[in-house]
Design a protein around this ligand. Structure first.
Ligand SMILES: [Zn+2]
Length: 300
């Protein structure tokens, strides 16, 4: 009977004073020695910026923005679509595209399988047609939880197809970026996606298409240096990291200390890389306003 009680206790996680942990208590741990601050797993989340612990339900209501410090936590593509698109108004495209490990890179095939299992996605972007405040749009939404949002052949191909579909259907295009950069396991095939997506965007924009790029935390490397930076309008979430090379690489290269807010959305806005920084709670209405304006319906 006592053993049963211990088994039940293993469903609980402890919160060390410095660090959040979801690890269950170890078998040999005595119940009376456990820290008192025990909470059921999944019930709470800790802000990685300020350390405040939030009830998961409250955090969801707050669109995963920390109510203490305003940190915009990372969302996966599905959460982002649900938050942005009118209810029931999204049709996914190219859902079956998967990478084939084109270079037979050691360990890549296994890693891909792991990423699929962990994220529930087939690659780091979801594309499709949807509606925002009643406006039909093409969407591409990246997901950092798949391979750190890295751009390989599938991300590049899906984004290019979304751009071309927006062009053919005469629709505005909205892309939410988040990425660590190119997917090194696909080497040059990954880097080629920068040119491919940029060329497709150039054709679309020459044909008069409107492309709104939304930068979310973090957007770095090959994604920032291609389609993320090519928006007619570029919006970022507060605090989002947006740049090409990382801070350490740049500091070592130029041998200078960079400001604390270097590469944040606010720093980029100040230096002319962004058009606006928009809080997550206002993002959908901001996109709706821009689409109103673009289609001649708006009066703002
Ligand atoms: Zn916080």
């Amino acid at each position: 009977m006592f053993r049963d009680l211990f088994q039940k206790k293993k469903k609980y996680a402890t919160i060390p004073s410095q660090r959040w942990s979801n690890e269950p208590a170890s078998d040999d741990e005595q119940p009376q020695e456990r820290p008192k601050r025990e909470i059921p797993e999944g019930l709470m989340n800790k802000c990685s910026k300020c350390g405040t612990i939030h009830y998961s339900k409250e955090l969801e209501k707050n669109l995963k923005v920390c109510s203490n410090c305003g940190y915009h936590m990372r969302l996966n593509a599905i959460e982002r679509i649900v938050m942005t698109v009118d209810e029931g108004k999204f049709t996914e495209m190219d859902a079956g595209l998967e990478s084939i490990d084109p270079l037979n890179f050691p360990g890549y095939a296994q890693k891909l399988e792991q990423q699929k299992m962990n994220s529930g996605l087939r690659d780091a972007v979801i594309t499709g047609q949807g509606e925002i405040d009643g406006h039909p749009v093409m969407l591409a939404v990246m997901s950092f939880d798949f391979f750190s949002g890295s751009m390989g052949s599938v991300v590049g191909e899906k984004i290019t197809r979304a751009i071309e579909a927006a062009d053919e259907r005469g629709l505005p295009l909205i892309m939410f970026s988040t990425s660590g950069g190119a997917r090194m396991q696909e080497s040059i095939i990954s880097l080629m996606q920068m040119a491919k997506t940029s060329a497709a965007l150039a054709r679309y924009q020459e044909n008069g298409g409107l492309y709104i790029s939304v930068i979310t935390d973090p957007t770095m490397g090959g994604v920032s240096a291609s389609f993320a930076m090519l928006g007619d309008i570029i919006i970022a979430e507060p605090g989002a990291l947006f740049g090409f090379a990382g801070r350490i690489v740049i500091e070592q290269t130029i041998r200078q200390k960079l400001p604390d807010n270097f590469q944040t959305a606010e720093f980029n806005l100040e230096h002319g890389q962004l058009d606006m920084v928009t809080h997550r709670k206002d993002m959908k209405s901001m996109l709706g306003d821009l689409l109103d304006y673009h289609t001649g319906k708006g009066g703002f």
